[in-house]
Design a protein around this ligand. Structure first.
Ligand SMILES: Nc1ncnc2c1ncn2[C@@H]1O[C@H](COP(=O)(O)OP(=O)(O)OP(=O)(O)O)[C@@H](O)[C@H]1O
Length: 94
């Protein structure tokens, strides 16, 4: 969560520095929001699984791993969106 918060702050700072358009702000806000929401859901799933059992359980492993995978997928999508928005602006500086 801390890493994702730092990444979100960096993306917002870059948004102001490069004066991104309204549509680009919309994309940034949406991906940042989705990552945060999935982080919260992942924490809820982990907590519920631990509440149910702290012993090894195959289904518990699937629940935790799939919840974590959802966060990872969205984090990858957000990096791709960031590259699409900022790469042309950064390259234009050189
Ligand atoms: N009860 C369990 N039964 C089977 N495997 C488990 C169980 N609890 C955790 N695991 C496995 O260990 C991994 C790490 O679990 P853990 O609860 O430490 O979460 P985490 O991914 O490290 O999350 P965080 O660092 O946010 O607390 C899980 O992804 C899962 O594969």
């Amino acid at each position: 969560m801390r890493i994702h918060s730092v990444m979100a702050l960096i993306a917002i700072a870059l948004g102001f520095i490069f004066h991104v358009s309204h549509a680009e702000w919309l994309a940034l806000v949406l991906v940042i929001g989705f990552v945060m929401i999935l982080e919260v859901i992942n924490t809820a799933v982990e907590t519920l699984v631990d509440l149910y059992t702290e012993e090894f359980n195959h289904l518990a492993k699937i629940a935790k791993d799939t919840a974590a995978a959802a966060v990872l997928c969205m984090a990858i999508v957000s990096v791709i969106v960031g590259i699409i928005i900022f790469a042309p602006k950064v390259l234009a500086l050189f």
